[in-house]
Design a protein around this ligand. Structure first.
Ligand SMILES: [Zn+2]
Length: 194
């Protein structure tokens, strides 16, 4: 199971809405019907298109594939965990993406995805991250920042023998921090220890 970052979404219907809005913002004309999405896209992204696909299994809503120069380039995966009532996403490159761009290009795509999510109001302000080794931190930013945290942490040597690959991390290691939670965190902790 890949690293995923939760979205502030309460239902699968809302997640579907996020998916089609994202696709519309990236230029999927089919998804654009009835949608007014006005997000500033970097030039490298806004000249391309996107394609939504229908879910193959019930735990997902289907990915959005982002195109560059008419070729599939990056993918946004959505995940539904009904038991935990959690809705999350992860970002990846399409097979062979590096033939059409550099790390910098793909990170522009990922930034544009997260700009769109922020515009839609479904990203928390920060994420609480907990490595299985016990290391905890608060990360500003979204999936890309969380992913960077784990990469840097694992390369820092503080993991020593118990190296944990990023693709073994599951949702509970990454949780949203909203401003109201931040404000009430001290009280919450005080209650826990009372
Ligand atoms: Zn660790």
């Amino acid at each position: 199971m890949p690293l995923t970052a939760p979205l502030l979404v309460d239902s699968k219907d809302q997640l579907e809405e996020v998916k089609y809005s994202l696709a519309a913002a990236f230029g999927d004309h089919h998804a654009s019907r009835d949608r007014e999405i006005n997000v500033d896209m970097p030039d490298v992204v806004c000249q391309s298109k996107a394609l939504t696909r229908t879910a193959g299994d019930r735990s997902q809503v289907g990915p959005v594939t982002l195109f560059k120069d008419d070729s599939p380039f990056a993918i946004v995966h959505f995940r539904v965990d009904r038991e935990a009532n959690e809705y999350s996403y992860s970002l990846g490159g399409h097979a062979g993406w590096h033939k059409r761009g550099t790390e910098e290009t793909i990170s522009k795509y990922f930034e544009a995805v997260e700009t769109t999510f922020r515009h839609l109001g479904v990203l928390p302000e920060q994420y609480q991250v907990t490595c299985p080794c016990g290391t905890e931190d608060i990360v500003d930013g979204a999936y890309t920042a969380v992913s960077r945290f784990f990469n840097e942490h694992q390369n820092s040597g503080s993991h020593a023998d118990s190296r944990v690959l990023i693709n073994t991390l599951i949702n509970r290691e990454v949780s949203p921090v909203t401003s109201s939670e931040t404000n009430s965190e001290a009280k919450y902790l005080a209650d826990q220890h009372a």
